[in-house]
Design a binder for this molecule. Structure first.
Ligand code: AMP
Length: 213
């Protein structure tokens, strides 16, 4: 089973991807996490992606598509994946369909997590993420039990460099211009599940699981 998570930055894709991957026993493949790992390890890929990420722009398709398709070709993904942050435009969606079709596979569902713009800005403003397991927290809405420490794995929490006001604005602009057209495209393909993304992570997850059934 291959499920795509669609939604603006801050919609809760990362949180839901982790929860769904656990429940459905699928691997979570998050393009942003792959880029951040490459950046932290200062690989060639990380160096190429850095400038785009800092500006809140999309990393060029040829770099992104190759990175994600390589990840999807690894043996742990053979039963499917929860895709978080990819595809982010029509070209990426086409490349993904083509690569899956070559293996007799397809995207089963696209889950669109819908959140108002005001809520997105609020969430991204107070977001902290575990350096180790990527679990997200919010300093007001869902703080960790111990300050600066992940509840799940004890890892150190950090704030993403691109969660500052200017870059968030750009990321939202890019989302509305390039990524949101995918919503219609998956709707036309009969694959879209639209989920109300406000409320607790557990509530949103309950809605997603019910819709997938
Ligand atoms: P995310 O963690 O999904 O918010 O991604 C963080 C940043 O990584 C984005 O702002 C982009 O610069 C880059 N990125 C992640 N996924 C993609 C993608 N599918 N296409 C292009 N750039 C991406």
């Amino acid at each position: 089973m291959y499920i795509i998570l669609l939604g603006a930055p801050g919609a809760g894709k990362g949180t839901q991807a982790v929860m769904m991957a656990e429940k459905l026993k699928l691997v979570q493949v998050a393009s942003g996490d792959l880029f951040r790992q490459a950046l932290a390890q200062q690989t060639g890929l990380g160096k190429k992606a850095k400038g785009y990420m800092e500006k809140g722009q999309l990393v060029p398709d040829e770099i992104t598509i190759q990175m994600v398709l390589e990840r999807l070709a690894r043996p742990d993904v053979k039963n499917g994946a929860i895709l978080d942050g990819f595809p982010r435009n029509i070209q990426q969606a086409k490349a993904l369909d083509k690569a899956l079709a070559a293996q007799g596979k397809k995207i089963d569902k696209a889950v669109y997590i819908k959140v108002s713009e005001g809520e997105l800005l609020k969430r991204l403003g107070g977001r902290w993420i575990c350096r180790n397991c990527q679990a997200p927290y919010h300093e007001v809405d869902s703080p960790p039990r111990a300050k600066g420490k992940c509840d799940r794995c004890g890892g150190e929490l950090y704030q993403r460099a691109d969660d500052n006001v200017t870059t968030v604005k750009k990321r939202l602009e890019v989302y509305f211009a390039e990524t949101s057209p995918l919503i219609d495209s998956y709707k036309r393909a009969g694959k879209l599940l639209e989920i109300q993304g406000e409320g607790s992570a557990a509530d949103v997850n309950g809605r997603i699981v019910a819709a997938l059934r």
